[in-house]
Design a protein around this ligand. Structure first.
Ligand code: ARG
Length: 281
């Protein structure tokens, strides 16, 4: 009886010590990362001129903004704004949201700038400011590859048209008499609906539909009717933002030093067209 009690005592004593030593060990390991965290704000402030630019974007508009399978943001706009950050001395902080929220987030003061293949137009210019144009684009119609009837905007009268909500494509579709419009959150969903025969046509930015066909993301569709409109994309900021000038200077630098052309080549495998220096509206 006594024997048992004594061995229990030693066992507890030993376990107690082991537990204590274990706690010390864990605490010691814990110190490593903690001390690193303490030092990291110091590292960030080592470049006092770099300020953080909170960028709004809707990351589902390939090849302008999209995510790789591991969730990394990529695309023409992502490369461009990162390069602007590099020349203009901004640290880029991406804030993902639906396209509908992108411009709203600017005037709500939640973000500092937006890049999302945003067409510069009078409606938007009433609410936010835009950089000089950075991309020449336009709207187009996509239909099933074997459809010979739908060839123009007029031919879409009374048809089922899918568009991304809040876009210039939506506005264009609303101008078609008697059209049955199906708004979706992201442009790729509209193209999928067309490929599956759920709608008769999609109105979308031509380079995005082109890329979807070229990359094999959708099959059995084609573009018809040429360009419905010529549009220019700009980087948007809240009105009177002190960052707009720096963004414009950065963009101009990239346009003249060949970086813009390099990024364009990477995503579109061709030379970029000439761009106007100011907003052509
Ligand atoms: N260019 C069109 C517009 O401004 C569509 C842009 C959609 N962009 C996006 N990232 N989903 O209305």
């Amino acid at each position: 009886m006594l024997q048992r009690t004594r061995s229990q005592f030693y066992r507890r004593w030993l376990l107690g010590w082991l537990g204590f030593l274990g706690t010390l060990l864990i605490a010691a390991c814990g110190l490593g990362p903690d001390s690193q965290i303490v030092s990291s704000p110091g590292a960030q402030t080592s470049n006092p001129t770099a300020s953080v630019l909170r960028i709004a974007l809707d990351p589902d508009f390939p090849p302008f903004e999209m995510k790789t399978s591991d969730g990394t943001l990529t695309g023409f706009d992502v490369d461009l704004i990162n390069a602007i950050g590099g020349t203009a001395g901004f640290l880029i902080d991406f804030n993902e949201m639906s396209f509908d929220d992108v411009i709203r987030s600017l005037y709500a003061g939640e973000t500092d700038a937006a890049i999302s293949a945003i067409t510069i137009n009078p409606d938007r210019l009433a609410k936010v400011s835009f950089s000089r144009p950075y991309f020449k684009s336009g709207l187009g119609i996509a239909v099933a590859a074997d459809n010979a009837d739908l060839t123009s905007l007029e031919s879409l009268r009374g048809r089922r048209i899918s568009v991304q909500r809040g876009t210039t494509s939506e506005a264009k579709a609303l101008s078609v008499p008697d059209a049955k419009i199906r708004q979706v959150n992201e442009a790729p969903e509209a193209l999928q609906a067309l490929a599956q025969g759920q709608v008769d046509a999609v109105i979308n930015d031509v380079p995005v539909t082109d890329y979807a066909i070229r990359s094999g993301a959708v099959s059995g569709i084609k573009q018809v009717g040429g360009l419905l409109s010529e549009e220019f994309y700009g980087i948007a900021t809240p009105k009177d933002s002190p960052n707009l000038e720096k963004i414009n200077v950065g963009l101009t630098t990239l346009l003249s030093n060949g970086t813009y052309a390099q990024i364009y080549q990477k995503w579109f495998a061709t030379e970029p067209p000439a761009l106007p220096e100011t907003i052509p509206l």
